[in-house]
Design a binder for this molecule. Structure first.
Ligand code: C2O
Ligand code: CU
Length: 463
């Protein structure tokens, strides 16, 4: 066993066993039945809950027709359990089972998903909640909401979407079916735009958006009472869509992003890039209202109904219109809570990641190159590392780092601790982390189509 993993394990460590099966099958999104791939018979898959310091033992049975893996997004775990085929493990062959076993060191809101091809944009995901045994928990109840954009099983699957993007370039209208093909090259065909995202809102149009696997017409209901304080754990697992989340007229007190605490701030809406998470506390109003996730810039939404009794006269459409007109807070601008601020230190190594694309219709690159596991960004254990994400493109890129939680560098105040940071067009974001978890760790855009079209590289511990 790795020394680091041994050091994370206490003598009385609790083992949390989980059995997962990745499998094809029909899923009801709420009046829309799709043939997709999921963990078990529901989307999202089973919610995994354990405490910081526990050992997760997850047996994954692969009943898919393709190899697969699971990546435990955001967890600083042992490298050989990180779920990246070729880099950290062999792909899990169809018909076989693989045991993931690792200590979960840090409390927070996480997500698990495959790291093979475009599988993430099917129904293969589930929330992973690591509770803090030491946290006061100043709330009455919790609601985990996973927002997703949905195309699989609607006449196309994510592999076809990627193939179309590569064949036709951006504007590949993912969900529109074959009869839109002729329009893709037409002049005046606009990319969806968003002011909050500073430019293009995405490459793919989706026919559906879901919250906890349900379209708005058949939204999930969360039962509560007026005045209750609810901790929202909100996750964006979309393939190509940022979500603007909020409850009309009900301010959210943002408390965490990507698992780590921030100085609490009140916001009407929060913007989540793909792979980002935000926790916020709300006080339930005295009438039922939707917790909405707007597909930013794309004209669609999903929600969960907060049911406190009397129905509000606010329709979901009115809620969406209201929230779309409000200011939105980007997680990158939050301030780290004092106890998670990294010690002040000059970086030992600085790596630039110049993000560019698309070229050749649909190639996205980092430092001019598409993903090659044998080429990476060298770091050494013990170093303070700075990554500079330089976005030269007209689209946002939620850049994710495996196995670490970095600190975003902001002008005057300590930026938030995060593992996924939304880098807006023509901007540069610097992040710092301590190289304290040896291994080979992907860093990539969490737009699944950008990642698969090349926008990935490796933070590589050497010597
Ligand atoms: Cu959630 Cu490498 O990703
Ligand atoms: Cu990207």
């Amino acid at each position: 066993m790795l020394d680091l993993e041994r050091a994370r394990q206490s003598a009385d460590q609790k083992i949390v066993p989980v059995a997962l099966e990745a499998r094809p099958g029909p899923i009801d999104l709420g009046g829309v039945t799709v043939n997709t791939w999921s963990y078990g018979d529901a989307v999202p898959g089973p919610q995994i809950r354990l405490r910081a310091g526990d050992l997760l033992r997850a047996d994954l049975r692969n009943s898919l027709p393709q190899p697969t893996s699971i990546h435990w997004h955001g967890i600083a775990l042992r490298n050989d359990m990180d779920g990246v085929p070729a880099l950290t493990q062999d792909p899990i062959a169809p018909g076989t089972t693989f045991r993931y076993e690792f200590t979960t060191p840090d409390p927070g809101t996480y997500i698990f998903h495959p790291h093979v091809g475009t599988q993430l944009d099917r129904g293969l995901y589930g929330a992973l909640i690591v509770e803090d045994p030491a946290e006061p928990g100043d709330y009455d109840d919790e609601l985990v909401v996973v927002f997703d954009d949905w195309v699989d099983g609607t006449g196309r699957d994510p592999d076809q979407v990627l193939a179309d993007l590569k064949a036709n370039g951006m504007g590949g209208m993912g969900g529109m079916g074959g009869d839109m093909q002729g329009m893709e090259g037409m002049e005046g065909m606009q990319m969806p735009q968003s002011e909050a995202l500073g430019g293009d809102a995405g490459d793919v149009s989706y026919p559906y958006y879901v919250a906890n696997g349900r379209v708005s017409a058949a939204a999930q209901t969360f039962a509560g009472k007026p005045g209750q304080r609810i901790r929202l754990r909100m996750i964006n697992i979309g393939g190509d869509t940022a979500f603007r989340v909020g409850v009309p007229g009900v301010p959210m007190t943002v408390t965490h992003t990507d698992g780590f605490p921030v100085r609490p701030v009140s916001a009407p809406t929060v913007l989540l890039g793909m792979g980002e998470r935000v926790d916020a506390v709300i006080t339930l109003p005295d009438q039922s209202l939707p917790l909405v996730g707007i597909a930013e810039g794309k004209g669609g939404a999903a929600h969960v109904t907060l049911n406190v009794g009397p129905r509000s006269s606010t329709t979901v459409d009115a809620a969406v219109a209201d929230l779309a007109s409000r200011p939105t807070v980007a997680a990158v601008g939050l301030v780290a809570a004092e106890q998670v601020v990294l010690a002040d230190k000059t970086p030992d190594v600085v790596h630039d990641l110049e993000i560019a694309g698309p070229a050749n219709r649909y190639t996205w690159t980092i430092n001019g190159q598409t993903y090659d596991a044998s080429r990476g960004l060298p770091v050494s254990e013990g170093q303070r590392v700075r990554l500079r994400f330089v976005n030269t493109t007209s689209m946002f890129h939620p850049m994710h780092l495996h196995g670490h939680t970095f600190q975003v560098r902001n002008a005057a105040v300590p930026g938030p601790r995060k593992d996924t940071v939304n880098v807006l067009p023509k901007t540069t974001i610097e992040v710092d982390f301590d190289a304290d978890n040896p291994g080979q760790w992907l860093t990539h855009c969490h737009n699944i189509y950008h990642g698969e079209a090349g926008m990935m590289t490796v933070v590589s511990y050497v010597g």
